[in-house]
Design a protein around this ligand. Structure first.
Ligand SMILES: Nc1ncnc2c1ncn2[C@@H]1O[C@H](COP(=O)(O)OP(=O)(O)OP(=O)(O)O)[C@@H](O)[C@H]1O
Ligand SMILES: Nc1ncnc2c1ncn2[C@@H]1O[C@H](COP(=O)(O)OP(=O)(O)OP(=O)(O)O)[C@@H](O)[C@H]1O
Ligand SMILES: [Mg+2]
Ligand SMILES: [Mg+2]
Lengths: 227, 227
């Protein structure tokens, strides 16, 4: 489903060139549940942004569901980002002018889900995450962990075939984190693909596969459970 | 040093009033190391913002170092916030137009530390946090955990007599988190006061005292080690 080959990502700063991803190749099949672990600054979010079509590699190829992403039109890229890929960002990236419910509904709006169903799915997902009663709050009126849960609800309400989650439980206490993990395991058992970045060993060991990154390169790749 | 009595904090939303802190009283003596724990949304950050003079309670009194904060002038409040209290925010709050070094130096600028010493202290603290080589990056050019380390360096470079830390290791792997904890223990052993919010049981058990908050009220207060 995801086929990254020889991905290089670098940034130019003045005269020097900083290589963030150094020749990364990675294959992920439909239905897998991959945890990406590694030290701070090692390139995990950069790798996830590449997979999520938010960032174009400096060189290398990315084939997604059999189609070369370099050949996709901007419209097609936007459609995939907005309707097929669910994103939980490391810093949430909620829209500040929309309340929690509206933030969660946004991908469903893009996918053309009818208004009544959209509202039901958003409320149901917020409820599963303990956010009932806070749906009309804007992000600035929510605690850190509540904002993270809205970001999680927004991604999960889509029932995405590919979920990309960057440190999805960083701001949550361990019990809420365990509930979030449970929802992701359910999504995966329905056949959807998950790639998640985590510092939490407990979450990593619940994945089917653990990929370790260090200094912009993949240094380990362990299968924990079969597909 | 910190004397909160009957603190109430509420927000009005349309016709209803949401009580976030419900009659909270808390005393913290100079040199203590207090961990605040509790579920997401229970009021921890709101309590810390009150202690840090970033937010005024709806009612109740806050006496800081023997002076009633309600009586302090705006200049005095700003001076305390900028030069005596070190803050590590849950969402970092770095200044986007300044690079890492400049962000770390800012409180030292307010305290009138001379330029050469300011630069040395900032570089030294960034180095202790593994950030050498990234000092000239702006926040948008840093990973999540790197931004958090800049926020930590900014607070610690001040050697503040009161450090307020809101989930200071949320974005860090456990080894870097342990190094950060070590720096805070050292600061406390020099006689400074620390109040920190954490979801990490390991960090909480390294404090001298653990205060538990649930639903806007203090429900437990355990001394783990003497002052
Ligand atoms: N402007 C506001 N209007 C209404 N409610 C608010 C506002 N700001 C915060 N709240 C509410 O205050 C409560 C406490 O928030 P606070 O940020 O103190 O929680 P917290 O304990 O730090 O949570 P977390 O662990 O998730 O960071 C939350 O339920 C939040 O929804
Ligand atoms: N615009 C940029 N210019 C230069 N360097 C950058 C830029 N953006 C990111 N970087 C660098 O890319 C590296 C990898 O960043 P990335 O966000 O992928 O790390 P990460 O593994 O997700 O870290 P963390 O666990 O802290 O979130 C970092 O060292 C960062 O400094
Ligand atoms: Mg990251
Ligand atoms: Mg908080």
């Amino acid at each position: 489903m995801i086929e990254l080959k020889n991905i290089v990502k670098s940034y130019r700063r003045g005269s020097e060139e900083l290589q963030i991803l150094k020749n990364v190749s990675l294959s992920v099949e439909q239905g897998d549940f991959v945890a990406i672990i590694g030290p701070s600054g090692s390139g995990k979010s950069t790798l996830m942004n590449t997979i999520g079509l938010l960032d174009v590699p400096t060189s290398g190829s990315y084939v997604l569901e059999g189609v070369a992403t370099e050949k996709m039109s901007d419209n097609r890229l936007a459609e995939l980002r907005n309707t097929k890929i669910g994103f939980i960002f490391q810093q949430f990236n909620l829209l500040p002018k929309l309340n929690a419910i509206e933030n969660v509904e946004l991908p469903l709006v893009y996918s053309g889900v009818p208004r009544k169903e959209r509202r039901e799915r958003a409320l149901r997902m917020l409820g599963l995450l303990g956010m009932e009663g806070r749906g009309h709050h804007k992000p600035s009126e929510l605690s850190g962990g509540q904002q993270q849960r809205v970001a999680i609800a927004r991604a999960l309400a889509m029932q995405p075939s590919l979920l990309l989650a960057d440190e999805p439980t960083g701001a949550l206490d361990s019990r809420t984190g365990a509930e979030v993990l449970e929802l992701m395991i359910q999504l995966n058992e329905q056949g959807n693909t998950i790639v998640l970045i985590t510092h939490d060993a407990h979450i990593a060991e619940s994945a089917r596969r653990v990929v370790s990154i260090r200094d912009g390169q993949i240094v380990d790749d362990k299968r924990l459970a079969p597909l």
